[in-house]
Design a protein around this ligand. Sequence first.
Ligand code: PXP
Length: 249
Amino acid sequence: MPAKLNVNIDHVATIREARKTIEPSIITAAVVCEQAGAHGITVHIRQDRRHIQDRDISLLREVVTTYLNVEMATGEEMINIAVQTKPDAVSLVPENPFEITTEGGLDVVKNSESVRAAVNRLREVGIFTSIFIDPEMRQIEAAKNAGAQQIELCTAEYAELTLSARAAHGEGLEKAQAEIERLKRAAAFAESLGLIVAAGHGLTYRNIRALAAIPEISEFNIGHNIISRAVFVGLYKAVEEIIRAIGVK
Ligand code: PXP
């Protein structure tokens, strides 16, 4: 079965926040994504509220009928928001206030206590918990030990390697293939520990195919590329197209 797609709609809110106004509506965006066949909606509430606001989470909780996944850091303020609004899933991510986007996976090995505490609080109220990590065996083990039900493999490295046409031949191709193999091994190892495997970050219509062929990956979280394409073809069509790309095994 092809992997599921959660559309990350943060950048619809980025456009709204550029003017601190009411449009474009992320509620409309969520509904259009669902109607186009998305299996879920993902948003990232950041400490600086640069795009998604607290109110968005409450409204999305009422409107989303598929699956609402909220990405957040492990601090108390964020976990309280999750406990109050009860999204279907929370994905724990690292957060550096100066980053343009999430820079890599959460270091669960180094932060095992705080991650475990966050996972416990989320699971106590029935929220499905995922941890965004780099494709490293020790991080996968640490995520399992912290009590997560799912890991999301960070595909930022793969995305970087496939950004230009260099990935189509020679050394660029070899590096991209090596990263695919690393993701494959990580996905198989995580599944062997009983974890559900998701993947995301920097995925596009152009680079998704190789990852869609990894059977252990059951969910993708994709944002920037879909919203970028939506600017030209519309959100409904952009979502349909990426679902088609994921379905091509
Ligand atoms: N997964 C996680 C954990 C993320 O933090 C992000 C970015 O918010 C994504 C997936 C989506 O990344 P992109 O916008 O590059 O598709």
